[in-house]
Design a protein around this ligand. Structure first.
Ligand code: NAD
Length: 476
């Protein structure tokens, strides 16, 4: 049994939660502690006790701990990638890439700890000087989803620690393995006891205890819109700082002048890789008249040829869906799409493999329109709906006609349309001739409209959430 990490001690709870391999449900990876409100209380108390010393630690101490974690993650990327593929269902190349990215994020924020600086601004008053500095916000609660079990924890934990905060971290209970492995590495990184705490367990228990806890000064949440709104309300009510990254319904626009092969590949990768279980996945593909029929038949052909199978089989291109509930949701939306009149050209059904896993064939709907539920609601599976547009102007309007605003893409060889789209797409991320999913680790990440709330994550922009600004005046 793998325990929680509270005040520097591995602490077993009363209950445990099995970590199950979605490629083979008979494979139980391990049992993980499933914490309760008392575990959250203990973790918050430990974090508060550690905060005065950690917030006053030197940049070198912070660098050393984060650099240690980054180096170990990178050295063990193959093993951590294997664990990730086994518990979440991403293919091995995707999972190993994600593990490497987590290591790179720790390295990046190790450097940022050394680069924290303030400003001295001349005052408008004679003899006065003004200093602007940043201070940590205190104890932060970090709540993460199952679909990036190591990268998202890394992109919250690393900046939180780099800027001098103490952490109570709750990974998603479907994938506790990678979160536990990160905690194990951090427990050996030289961080003082209580600076970083892990409390695994259910959202309704551990998550609720974190968001309502008066000892938590800030909450960084990534997950669904429904839970995000709840987190925001709880934090706002007690005046805690919060940041929410939530769902998407990301459009990919394909114009008549796109390079057909490239556009099909961009759509296949954006819609189906990582089994479509990415907040940035392309789920609406908006295609102009002239290229529409050619594009749709090529996309359906490519979708049918994708190899669905065990995440750790080197031949697999699309791993299983994460669990039975998500698989039922994917199937339900296939029924909804058919009922709405969209035409299913490929996939959309369970597939059998040697092992008993949650295998689902990537689906392509054609003749969809943007008012259908399959074009408005996040499905979070390998399901793409193609919508026909008259021209660029209509395609742009359709792309923006959504309550979400995370990622948005266009395939075109026209500089004019690419430039216009970059300026007018109502999303936090815009991709030209590249999949809507797949981002760098050193630049800001996040959305607008119903997808996000609060400052951006990652890159140098992460400082906005994890610090608070102080303006100090001195009269000489
Ligand atoms: P989820 O909202 O069900 O769970 C997210 C986390 O919140 C989990 O750790 C869960 O245990 C916890 N939680 C659940 N109920 C809670 C409660 N009442 N109080 C506090 N915490 C609670 O999301 P999920 O199914 O794990 O992940 C999929 C969702 O995440 C999708 O909507 C996807 O778009 C989104 N996502 C967004 C981004 C982004 O950066 N925008 C990235 C990845 C995933």
């Amino acid at each position: 049994m793998r325990a929680n990490l509270i005040a520097g001690q591995w602490t077993a709870g009363k209950q445990t939660n099995p970590d199950i391999n979605p490629s083979d449900v008979s494979d139980v990876i391990d049992q993980y502690a499933s914490g309760d409100a008392a575990a959250v209380d203990a973790a918050v108390a430990a974090a508060r006790a550690a905060f005065p010393a950690w917030s006053g630690s030197t940049p070198q101490q912070r660098f050393d701990a984060l650099d240690f974690a980054g180096s170990e993650i990178l050295a063990r990327r193959a093993e951590l990638g294997e664990l990730l593929a086994r518990e979440e269902g991403k293919t091995l190349p995707e999972a190993t890439g994600e593990a490497a990215r987590a290591g790179q994020i720790f390295k990046f924020f190790a450097g940022e700890a050394l680069r924290t600086a303030g400003e001295i601004i001349p005052s408008i008053r004679p003899g006065m000087s003004v200093e602007v500095t940043r201070e940590p916000i205190g104890v932060v609660g970090l709540i993460t989803p199952w679909n990036f079990p190591i990268a998202i924890p890394a992109w919250k934990i690393a900046p939180a620690l780099a800027y001098g905060n103490c952490v109570v971290f709750k990974p998603a209970d479907l994938v506790p393995g990678c979160g536990w492995a990160l905690a194990d590495i951090l427990s050996r990184s030289g961080l003082p006891a209580g600076v970083f705490n892990l409390v695994m367990g259910r959202g309704a228990v551990v998550g609720e205890a974190i968001i309502h806890h008066p000892g938590i000064d800030g909450i960084s949440f990534t997950g669904s819109q429904a839970v995000g709104r709840r987190v925001g309300e709880a934090a706002f009510k007690r005046g805690a700082k919060f940041q929410l990254e939530m769902g998407g319904k990301n459009p990919l626009v394909v114009l008549d002048d796109a390079q057909l092969d490239q556009a099909v590949e961009v759509a296949v990768q954006g819609s189906f890789y990582s089994t479509g279980q990415r907040c940035t996945a392309s789920s609406r593909i908006i295609v102009t008249q002239g290229i529409h029929d050619k594009f749709v038949s090529r996309l359906a052909e490519r979708a049918r040829a994708l190899v669905v199978g065990d995440a750790r089989d080197p031949k697999t291109q699309i791993g299983p869906v994460v669990d039975a509930r998500q698989l039922e949701q994917d199937e339900r939306y296939i029924g909804i799409g058919k009922g709405e009149g969209a035409k299913l050209l490929a996939g959309g059904e369970r597939v059998k493999r040697d092992k008993n896993g949650y295998y689902f064939a990537p689906a392509v709907f054609a003749e969809a329109n943007n008012s259908m539920r399959i074009c408005r609601e996040e499905i979070f599976g390998p399901v793409a709906a193609v919508v026909r547009a008259r021209d660029y102007d209509e395609a742009l309007a359709l792309a923006n006609d959504t309550e979400f605003g995370l990622s948005s893409g266009i395939c075109t060889t026209s500089l004019k349309h690419a430039s216009h789209f970059k300026r007018h797409a109502q999303a936090g991320l815009v991709m030209v001739n590249a999949p809507t999913a797949g981002v760098d680790y050193h630049v800001p990440f996040g959305g607008r409209k119903g997808s996000s709330y609060g400052p951006r994550e990652q890159g140098r922009y992460a400082v906005e959430f994890y610090t608070t600004v102080k303006t100090a005046y001195t009269l000489a």
